[in-house]
Design a protein around this ligand. Sequence first.
Ligand SMILES: Cc1cc2nc3c(=O)[nH]c(=O)nc-3n(C[C@H](O)[C@H](O)[C@H](O)COP(=O)(O)O)c2cc1C
Length: 291
Amino acid sequence: MKTLILYQSFTKNTEKVTYSIEDALKNQGVIPEIKKVSKDLNIDLYDYDLVFLGTPVIEFLPCKPVLDFIHSQLMLHRKKGDIIPCSPKLPGKYAVSYVTYSGPHTGIREAIPANKYMEQFFEHLRFSVLGEWYIVGEFHKNEELSTKGTLGNIKGRPNTKDLLEIQYKVRNIVNRIKDKDRDNGHDIEEEFIPGSLRFIMKNQDFLNKFKQVIECQKNTNSLDKTTQELIKIALSASYKCRDCLKYHILEALKNGVTDIEIQDAIFCGAIIGGPPFLSFAFDVLDELRII
Ligand SMILES: Cc1cc2nc3c(=O)[nH]c(=O)nc-3n(C[C@H](O)[C@H](O)[C@H](O)COP(=O)(O)O)c2cc1C
């Protein structure tokens, strides 16, 4: 699997994550090329099966060198005729975008536009985006934003735990691509299975049925995506599934749901679930720094 890691980093947070991705890939027998994004980077992304693109979040978006790189790549591939209406996926072309961010003002929500921007870039090139990763990083040389922001004390981040999570995610991505190869072209889903359900992935039969149920649910359209996520938040909390709850909170935030709406969904669930439900749900919200 020909793999490329492209990144930019000013204070080494994104670089730390990049090296962690490299380590994890090597442990999976994949030797990646690593390149720092720069003006004179001359590269053909279609030469690679798997491309990682990482950036610090600067004013909600990828940093300038990454923005410039994306712009020049879009111009190039438009000219070459690679970007076409409806963006049908190219088989065997996968991408992961990752950002490090400090979220001092509004938490993860200030990092979401950056990742979505890069996701759209890859989707226009017709790569399948298998991951969109958010890693908290210390705001170097700024004591206040590193200790008093929405995410609390983020000094030393990304820390060992953050990097371990990255290693797990990389392993997951590589296995999914290998599974797809074994599966002879069966389509890979977006990253949708939370950590505690990962063992399900080992049981192909069960997994296929589970995916069918998810597909059927996705195709229901009388409820908009945000309402669906709010229902899932209330249910995840009442079943006390920590990973499901975290996952659906992040999905809700990505779809524009506000902190207050999430809290209200939890209060709705509490009508049935009572105090144990509230205590569990608010524990998770606290972990995600949403309260
Ligand atoms: C000028 C500047 C603007 C930034 N803007 C944001 C921002 O809008 N949102 C955010 O979450 N973090 C922001 N940050 C914090 C960085 O994204 C964060 O510290 C990142 O991990 C730095 O990565 P690096 O060490 O790889 O350069 C900003 C940092 C700087 C220096």
